[in-house]
Design a protein around this ligand. Structure first.
Ligand code: ZN
Ligand code: FE
Length: 242
């Protein structure tokens, strides 16, 4: 059961993920910031978007909803707790719910903190997790509507996924995150080694995501924080890091 996953870079640093299941012919767009490049990518591949999965209400994750729905008639799925802030939602989901693309089931995980109702989608059959702005390569989302305690719990929840799980983040923040990670954990050789690859990939203009749970366990100072207090300290330091 293979699922094709395509990266569409949009705006300055957003990634929209396009999922396609050949068996059912279904196609899902995760967090479409904008519509045109997403519709174009699908069209070029001969795919029709059947659903949108939103992780949270921010406009750089939902901005393409209405136009993609108008063009395709797709179903828009997103966080129950943010339904008022995403008026385009057709289906509202929360922890414990499942959504499908063909025979692939995605488990909905509540991961509040970046926004109050942020969710993630975990597909065990594809070893893939779509985490929006909660977990980034060597980073985590800013705490706009939640606490360090919540983000610490989110990190623990995601850390418990199988290590080979591919993590599809919604932004290319790896270089900046990595530069901070080197300061947060100067003795961590895995971070230094990873940064060599990251700098080279960025110099070639390549995406550095998806990442994996295993890579984050080794190099992410937020996932590796020993306590909510340590995560809070690191988040505050990163907010002011340049
Ligand atoms: Zn966001
Ligand atoms: Fe975002």
């Amino acid at each position: 059961m293979s699922l094709e996953i395509v990266c569409i870079p949009v705006l300055s640093d957003n990634y929209v993920w396009l999922l396609h299941d050949d068996v059912s012919g279904e196609t899902v767009a995760v967090d479409p910031a904008v519509a045109a490049p997403v519709l174009e990518e699908a069209k070029q591949r001969g795919w029709t978007i059947s659903a949108i999965w939103n992780t949270h209400w921010h406009p750089d994750h939902t901005g393409g909803n209405a136009e993609i729905k108008a063009a395709t008639g797709c179903t828009i799925i997103g966080p129950l707790a943010e339904a008022e802030r995403i008026p385009t939602l057709d289906q509202k989901v929360a922890e414990g719910d499942r959504v499908h693309i063909g025979k692939h089931a995605a488990q909905v995980l509540d991961v509040p903190a970046h926004t109050a109702g942020h969710i993630a989608y975990y597909l065990p059959s594809a070893s893939a997790a779509f985490v929006g702005d909660t977990l980034f390569a060597m980073g985590c989302g800013r705490l706009f509507e939640g606490t360090a305690e919540q983000m610490f719990a989110n990190m623990q929840k995601l850390a418990a996924l199988p290590p080979e799980t591919r993590v599809y983040c919604a932004h290319e923040y790896t270089q900046s995150n990595g530069r901070y990670a080197l300061v947060a954990e100067p003795q961590n050789e895995a971070i230094a080694a990873r940064m060599v690859h990251v700098e080279a990939a960025r110099a070639r203009g390549e995406a550095t995501v998806p990442t994996s749970i295993a890579e984050e366990l080794a190099t992410n100072p937020f996932m590796r924080a020993a306590s909510a207090a340590e995560l809070a300290d690191r988040r505050a330091a990163k907010d002011n890091f340049r």
